[in-house]
Design a protein around this ligand. Structure first.
Ligand code: PXG
Length: 285
């Protein structure tokens, strides 16, 4: 069955879901996106994803030509049309087609696209045994160059780090900021557990404020686990009792080795397991 894609609110077969080669989303990565998940036909924290999409757009002075309410309805319609109650949902807003120069004022008609697809999950063993990751030499983009808080269509910074991870036989890579502090992974946020407390870098470390990250921080608080944003170095991760990463696609994944150092006991720890279980319960509630 061909996928159904929403192009500017209109549901069309994927073959008809096309954009112009003059679209600045293609030419310059000029646009924003969201990656979301549907569980049982409902998108997890849709309102938060829409808020983040609008903030990303605001930051690049892109006016999204629909209301949040209308886009939320289109998302629901697209999920339903694909008969995919548990799937991946991608929202994309491009700057629209224009001239071959950078000037965003010489573009028109931002394209608002909703794609529903199956979700590419990590193998089960990653959750059961934990991930090995490495630190990428590629630094996370300096916030003064391009804020990592913007989920823009230009993901080359993350892809450069992802390539390094893959070259080392890892599915994720740790990224440090321009100060050498822990920022995040290429498509996931990072947490450490030390002496029973959960810590994670603050937004000004140069990270995307993950929706999963926010949910896990709430779950920790609800479970009576101390959870704080704090600056972290690689040393803090190497010497942590537990490390885990969070993201829409990954959910909560234990990390048991970083740069060849075993983390804690080298197996998924109790706090990680508790928060992963609580997260599963939350998304399916
Ligand atoms: N950091 C970065 C740089 C991300 O891109 C996260 C953290 C986690 O945020 P959420 O809101 O998902 O908890 C992301 C999320 C994909 C894909 O297609 C990427 C993300 C999310 C979903 C799918 O690879 N990135």
């Amino acid at each position: 069955m061909p996928r159904i894609v929403a192009m500017n609110g209109r549901l069309v077969p994927e073959a008809e879901a096309t954009v112009s080669v003059f679209d600045h989303g293609l030419l310059y990565g000029d646009g924003v996106f969201e990656g979301m998940r549907a569980y049982g036909g409902r998108v997890f924290r849709l309102a938060e994803h829409l808020d983040r999409l609008w903030h990303s757009a605001r930051a690049i002075a892109l006016e999204i030509p629909v209301t949040k309410e209308a886009l939320a309805r289109t998302v629901d319609e697209t999920v339903a049309a694909n008969g995919q109650p548990d799937g991946y949902v991608r929202l994309v807003v491009t700057r629209g087609a224009g001239t071959l120069g950078l000037d965003p004022n010489r573009t028109a008609h931002p394209q608002v696209i909703v794609i529903v697809d199956t979700i590419a999950l990590y193998p089960r063993e990653h959750y059961e045994r934990g991930l090995r990751i490495v630190t990428a030499a590629t630094q996370r983009t300096h916030p003064a160059a391009l804020s990592p808080r913007i989920k823009s269509l230009n993901y080359l910074n993350n892809i450069m780090a992802k390539l390094e991870g893959l070259q080392a036989g890892c599915v994720e890579a740790l990224m440090l900021n321009h100060k050498g502090e822990v920022a995040e992974c290429t498509a996931d946020n990072v947490f450490a557990v030390r002496r029973g407390a959960v810590v994670t870098p603050p937004p000004d470390a140069g990270i995307l404020e993950g929706i999963t990250r926010g949910a896990v921080m709430e779950l920790a608080a609800a479970a009576g686990i101390d959870c704080r944003e704090t600056t972290l170095t690689r040393h803090d991760l190497y010497t942590a009792d537990e490390v885990f990463i969070t993201g829409t696609a990954a959910e909560v994944v234990p990390v048991v080795e970083i740069d060849g150092r075993r983390i804690g006991a080298g197996v998924p720890g109790p706090v990680t397991k508790r928060l992963a279980a609580d997260f599963h319960a939350l998304v399916r509630s």
